[in-house]
Design a protein around this ligand. Structure first.
Ligand code: DGL
Length: 363
């Protein structure tokens, strides 16, 4: 019995010694809690920052609440990221423009150059979110994640979706798995790549899809789970550099439809457009009158890109229109609004339609 007590006494004294030593180690040298990723949130307005009269009112004013208010709604984010925030703009995204895009790309590139910054989230209205996402996909010069967060219902509404989307976007932006994925839209638990993201519903909470290729992945259990990667060139692999640019060449979109005339092609040329994107019917087709006007514009040095109003499928070369004979470009998977963005950037580099066609195959 005495041996047992002596062994117990020795064990107890060892335990006390270990406990004392531990308490002598200075706080700063103890195994630090793993550093949380630093994620910047740049807020630009939209419904995610909207304010309605009541929880059940359908009317609301977008771009009302400041970014601090949006972040106060998700205190749990402090457990997964060190969030820094800036009210970059405060607009409904139908008022987004090229000047703001250029400022935003430069601000994001400056932030991502800071070694301690893991990623950036941009809160944005949904109406032009896919355009901003694609513009940033071509102009951000880093592999670090850039994630768009938006909402279809304002924070004041029953079933508001913005806080969830913002939380998930910050989680994604701070995640190592999101590095190199290009710019992403996180909405309704889905991760949508900027190269084909499309708003497909005016009202549904899950308003964004990738009509051709599906989501890149999903956010589940507090982390991104990727199921595929984009094969498109983007971000660090992009050849476009806007660091010295304060404007972009003017490019207009002109729709074709039954009975469409040359009216808006002539107007675009007279307004000084350097490029025209045809939002064509079918595989980028247009009325004969439009085709003749587009060919004439091309002869005057205006770049012509054929795209389509159809949501899925590419606008291809070697179809009904002889692009090589006319010096036209086929947009492939760029819908008319992404085609406009790519053509604006392409025209900062070249006016050769064959070079521009190469870009439309790659981005
Ligand atoms: N005005 C729209 C915008 O700012 C509201 C739509 C939204 O953000 O969901 O894009």
């Amino acid at each position: 019995m005495g041996q047992i007590w002596r062994a117990y006494g020795r064990l107890l004294s060892v335990w006390v010694l270990v406990a004392l030593c531990g308490s002598l180690v200075p706080e700063r040298l103890r195994a630090a809690e793993p550093d949380k990723p630093v994620v910047w949130v740049l807020a630009t307005g939209g419904t995610i920052a909207g304010q309605g009269e009541s929880q059940v009112a359908s009317a609301y004013k977008p771009g009302t609440l400041r970014v601090e208010t949006l972040l106060n709604a998700i205190p749990e984010i402090a457990e997964v990221a060190e969030v820094r925030a800036e009210q970059f703009a405060q607009i409904a995204s139908q008022d987004m423009d090229v000047a703001t895009w250029l400022r935003l790309a430069k601000r994001i590139n400056a932030l991502l150059q800071e070694p301690q910054v893991a990623g950036v989230v941009v809160t944005h209205g949904t109406d032009t979110q896919e355009e901003t996402a694609y513009f940033l996909n071509l102009t951000v010069k880093s592999e670090k994640p850039v994630v768009m967060a938006s909402a279809m219902r304002p924070p004041s509404a029953l079933g508001a979706d913005g806080a969830r989307n913002l939380y998930q976007a910050i989680v994604c932006a701070g995640s190592a798995q999101a590095v190199g994925q290009g710019v992403m839209i996180v909405m309704d638990d889905k991760i949508i790549g900027a190269d084909d993201a499309t708003k497909v519903s005016t009202l549904e909470a899950g308003a964004f899809q990738d009509p051709d290729f599906g989501p890149l992945g999903l956010i589940y259990n507090g982390r991104p789970i990727f199921s595929r990667h984009s094969l498109k060139r983007h971000t660090a692999q992009s050849e476009f550099d806007v660091s010295e640019l304060d404007s972009l060449p003017r490019v207009e979109v002109v729709s074709s439809y039954a009975g469409a005339t040359a009216l808006f092609i002539h107007a675009a040329v007279q307004a000084g457009a350097r490029g025209i994107v045809i939002a064509g019917v079918g595989n980028g087709n247009m009325s004969a009158e439009m085709l003749n006007a587009a060919a004439s514009a091309r002869e005057q040095g205006v770049a012509i890109v054929r795209s389509s109003r159809i949501m899925r499928g590419p606008t291809t070369q070697w179809n009904e229109v002889d692009d090589d004979a006319l010096g036209f470009v086929a947009s492939w998977y760029a819908n008319p609004y992404r085609a406009r963005i790519l053509l604006m950037l392409a025209l900062t580099q070249t006016e050769d339609y064959r070079e521009i066609q190469r870009m439309f195959r790659q981005y």
